[in-house]
Write a protein of this length. Structure first.
Length: 203
């Protein structure tokens, strides 16, 4: 059975969106055991956005239905380095699937860049029209750095789960079984998560 861990290692060197907290990890040797403390954001590393991240009063991360974050998914490879992924790039691959992960040139990048790829507003509309319930991307945000939040609001207001900062360089375009679960952080707007893919023909 082939499993792929498409989660970025969460450490003090992980890519951080400007204005977010840089993770800080302190490990203490207590003699008989080790104990570590963490200072990080709900959007540190590979993470899931809850609707409340952009929509006041909307659902928090702990009440997103698990079935939206598990099950068959399609990895879609996006060619080129355009900072906007348009509907034209996506629509042919949106049929017969409910979950998509977008593999771009940013997979493997180790520093923040303002030209990272994200969805255009028309691509977000296409995702909603297609009935997609979960969309992930390997860049720091689902929308370009120049975005005004409209992509987030379009997706989150329709209940589409957003996963950001994946590590997809080791997987090919195609169909997989996905497990992506956040911490059960009561009432919060997002959470770091672990995302695993399995070949669908692994049994």
């Amino acid at each position: 059975m082939a499993w792929y861990d498409v989660t970025r290692p969460l450490n003090e060197c992980v890519v951080v969106y400007p204005g977010d907290h840089v993770p800080k990890i302190v490990q203490e040797d207590r003699g008989r055991y080790l104990l570590s403390s963490l200072h990080l954001s709900t959007h540190s590393g590979t993470h899931i956005d809850a609707p409340s991240h952009y929509i006041p009063g909307a659902a928090s991360i702990d009440i997103i239905p698990p079935e939206k974050m598990t099950g068959e998914c399609r990895v879609i490879e996006i060619a080129g380095r355009d900072p906007e992924i348009s509907a034209r790039n996506l629509e042919p691959a949106l049929k017969d699937t409910k979950k998509i992960l977008l593999k771009t040139w940013f997979s493997g990048e180790e520093a923040f860049r303002e030209d990272y790829p994200g969805l255009s507003p028309d691509a977000a509309d296409a995702i909603v029209r297609a009935g997609i319930e979960c969309v992930g991307i390997d860049s720091p945000s689902i929308e370009p750095y120049s975005g005004d939040g409209s992509v987030h609001r379009t997706l989150l207001s329709r209940g589409v789960v957003i996963i950001e900062l994946l590590s997809l360089e080791a997987v090919r375009e195609g169909h997989y079984w996905m497990v992506a679960l956040p911490l059960r952080l009561e009432g919060l707007d997002g959470s770091p998560c672990r995302v695993l893919l399995r070949d669908v023909d692994s049994g």
